[in-house]
Ligand binder design. Sequence first.
Ligand code: PGA
Ligand code: ZN
Length: 424
Amino acid sequence: LIEAVGAREILDSRGNPTVEVEVLLDDGVVQRAAVPSGASTGAFEAYELRDGDKSRYGGKGVLKAVNAVLDELGPAIEGVEASEQRIVDEILNETDGTPNKERVGANAILGVSLAVAKAAADSADLPLFRYLGGPNAHVMPVPLFNVINGGEHADNGIDMQEFFLAPIGAETYAESLRWGVETYHVLKSELKAAGYATGLGDEGGFAPDLPSNREGLDFLIRAIEKAGFTPGTDIALGLDVAATEFFNDGVYRLDNKDWNAAELTEYYVGLVNDYPIVTIEDALAEDDWDNWKHLTEALGSRVQLVGDDLFVTNPARLQDGITRGVANSLLVKVNQIGTLTETFDAVSLAQRSGYTAMLSHRSGETEDTTIADLAVATNCGQIKTGAPARSERVAKYNQLLRIEEELGDAAVFAGRSAFPRFKG
Ligand code: PGA
Ligand code: ZN
């Protein structure tokens, strides 16, 4: 039984305050969870409550959310069985009482939801992935390493937010991690040799001032080859365009040009023709549903089209997309929806509907590694949690090493099969 719930304000990887929650059970178990925070946040995400008191952390303090945990959410679940996650999450949502968690904040609710799950796992003496996923949790995800950062995550001129290396040809997760790391280091030397800065963006990728998005893809191909791998077969590419960020009044502003959605879709078709790209996220804006449908018709059979700001891990928005035939993959961010239960609902809706799912970090992260366990618990086969640099990113990749070791012979690396539309 849940005996007590504590909370505090800690810092995320960008030096902004965030919520940490601790849950104590009556058997003496104590577990904590910390909440991440986005920069290119979708308009339809659950509400992140910040104090707005300019005299502290420029208004970004989270003491209101912390106090909501201490005064309301904690007392509401005291005495409840920690393994009753659905009931706990329902109580949390009812205590908030708003559709978008805007009264106490999704950051308050998520901290409690995750800490309860971790405490229940510990109490059952199970690793988190096993507790959440049951005996069938065994698929090790392909790590999507975001090795070039642009958009809102870096102060350079690149419009697209994330350029991924996806080591799909490896035999194991540990091997895919090594391939990604080796290529990351070669990429650094290549950028340096070409006279570009090699400082890091928010997600640990390099943030060079490249003249175009295609130039970013060219650098990835060269790095893969120089590291001794075959582009496409060993290591494929991916993009998170985060197009909402450069969309205004029906116009997309990319590479210093104005594009309408049809032109941009043609541009993507060209990229998929020219590069071994297996996944493109938020290729169009979060509200551009009709054009998303055209994009899906044009490219959906060849490449994974991921909805991040589009779906915001929200089962209702995802259902809408499924009904309309929009995208074919769900990005999964626990703080976009705010409880573990609703996260699982979104993932299982995707999986039942023939959509893939990719577990994801936020650009503002902490040392909390819950998403690594969630990726294995859901057998979703894909995770993006930054470049293999910066400890808040590496912490998740390291946790996956531990999980693969724990699974032993039962572990299966998703590899190419994670991308059913792999174009070869
Ligand atoms: P965010 O970026 O955490 O800043 O929203 C990640 C993403 O867009 O996938
Ligand atoms: Zn995204």
